[in-house]
Design a protein around this ligand. Structure first.
Ligand SMILES: Cc1cc2nc3c(=O)[nH]c(=O)nc-3n(C[C@H](O)[C@H](O)[C@H](O)COP(=O)(O)OP(=O)(O)OC[C@H]3O[C@@H](n4cnc5c(N)ncnc54)[C@H](O)[C@@H]3O)c2cc1C
Length: 452
């Protein structure tokens, strides 16, 4: 099979401008350039497209994928779209369906339900011939190229893709199940998201919502600030006199700084109080109000939403793949996402450390990049090193307005990592209702691109 003039974001005619954006941008503290026109995300999306060379006919090989999230499922789909029938793709996912984290902050305000964020694996199974099985992978033997599942069955592979997302540390004071049911993170959409919504509904008017943000890197750099905004907006209308206290372990806002600083000090003045350098020391769920002890002092909350530090998925940690300097993330060769700890194993999505943000849309592009590298390897071709990926972000600020951020990342062979193109991402000057409407279109296109 030949495939030529393939592009990351237009493959199979699946996507246009909207899907070339991701709502999570940044990854480092940002000093963005603001711009009026929505042409900046559009321009970045177009520049992230590229033309890999022709790939060998009759490519064959077996790929096993661990995790059917934003990154893993994109890899599975595009291995089949580009690789054809000679490439066998088996994806092991522990859950029967996928619940999107993206837009899950809007469940807290009642604008979305968790069930509206659930996606089925049926279409990718039926339309592309991906063998999607429910199960949990518990072991990787990269020498014998074999994975073991919890039911003790094994699967052989020629190449393995590992895309398990993140696991969460337990914050001091939240060791017991009872404490963790009172203080949820809701940073994995699902039952905790519903719990946090119920807690907000039960909060008294004039109450205090305390949220904590872990040190970077964490999943979705602008996500916590977005949550602070939409919760503040909802509280203003539904629980007058309430406050949102944001305790950030970082020295400053990690993404869309202009947008969130402006919102915290303008629209939500008197509602949001933001404290940088405020890492959590401990949380006491006590009998009455919850006490958060932080590096910036002690705070009392009627509702506390503590987002813990994160690390790569358990399967990465347990199998010697978490070889970043801090031992939390999988080191990868960024052009191919092949592990620097185990040959033939590619780690994509939030679990890897490649110099790009941990976010869903860029995870989709990482899946495509890994798929391309594997198909080239099966065909005896060298990896493509001219890789450009785009990260952009729409952030809801109120119930009807949103902002955006966009950045391009180019693979840099001299460092073996991705480097942002230019010095700063671009950012919208102000939240608008047009951006809100684009956000919904983008989300729908991205999820279609991944799950259909
Ligand atoms: C509130 C919130 C808002 C967000 N908003 C955005 C946004 O607007 N834009 C954006 O781009 N990103 C956003 N994100 C981030 C985005 O959700 C993640 O970056 C993205 O889901 C990461 O994709 P992934 O494939 O690495 O992991 P996931 O999507 O988490 O998928 C991992 C999958 O692996 C499975 N799995 C794990 N271990 C195993 C195993 N051993 N065996 C079998 N299966 C396994 C899991 O069940 C899961 O289905 C947001 C996140 C949050 C929390």
């Amino acid at each position: 099979m030949n495939y030529t003039r393939r592009t990351w974001l237009t493959a199979a005619g699946a996507v246009g401008f909207s899907a070339a954006l991701t709502r999570c941008g940044g990854g480092d503290p940002l000093t963005p350039t603001t711009t009026d026109a929505a042409s900046a995300p559009l321009a970045d999306a177009a520049r992230s497209r590229r033309t890999p060379p022709t790939v060998v006919s009759g490519t064959t090989g077996r790929v096993v994928i661990v995790g059917g999230g934003m990154a893993g499922l994109a890899a599975a789909k595009y291995l089949k779209v580009w690789g054809g029938s000679g490439v066998q793709v088996t994806l092991i996912e522990r859950n029967p369906s996928y619940t999107s984290n993206i837009l899950s902050n809007l469940v807290l305000t009642g604008q979305r339900t968790v069930s509206s964020l659930v996606y089925s694996y049926a279409t990718v199974r039926q339309n592309y011939g991906v063998d999607i099985r429910q199960g949990t992978v518990v072991g990787i033997d990269s020498v014998n190229k074999r994975v073991t599942l919890a039911d003790k069955s094994t699967l052989q592979y020629d190449r393995l893709i590992v895309a398990p997302g993140v696991v969460f540390d337990v914050l001091p004071g939240l060791e017991s199940d009872a404490a963790r049911s009172r203080v949820v993170h809701a940073w994995q959409a699902g039952p905790e998201t519903t719990t946090l919504r119920s807690q907000l509904l039960a909060m008294p008017a004039g109450g205090t919502f305390v949220m904590t943000i872990p040190a970077s890197p964490y999943r979705c750099p602008p996500g916590p600030y977005e949550r602070a905004c939409v919760v503040a907006d909802w509280l203003k209308r539904n629980k007058p006199g309430s406050k949102v206290i944001v305790l950030d372990a970082n020295p400053g806002i990690q993404a869309e700084r202009h947008t969130f600083e402006t919102a915290f000090t303008g629209l939500f003045k008197g509602v949001v109080e933001y404290f940088p350098n405020a890492a959590v020391k401990s949380i006491d769920t006590g009998p009455s109000r919850i006490v958060v002890d932080s590096q910036m002092g002690t705070f009392l909350g009627d509702v506390v939403n503590a987002i813990p530090p994160q690390r790569a998925g358990k399967i990465v940690l347990d199998n010697g793949l978490a070889n970043s300097a801090d031992g939390r993330w999988a080191g990868v060769k960024a052009a191919t996402f092949e592990s620097t700890a185990a040959a033939g194993v590619h780690v994509i999505g939030d679990s890897c450390s490649a110099g790009v943000p941990k976010a869903g849309h860029i995870g989709n592009q990482e899946g495509k990049t890994a798929a391309d590298a594997i198909l080239r390897a099966f065909g005896g071709l060298a990896p493509d090193t001219d890789v450009v990926v785009n990260s952009a972000c729409y952030s809801p600020i109120t119930a009807s307005t949103a902002s955006w951020l966009t950045a391009l990342y180019q693979y840099d062979a001299s460092t073996g990592s991705y480097k942002m193109v230019g010095t700063t991402p671009s950012e919208a000057t102000s939240p608008t209702s047009d951006n809100y409407s684009d956000m919904n279109k983008w989300f729908s296109t991205l999820m279609t691109e991944t799950f259909a």
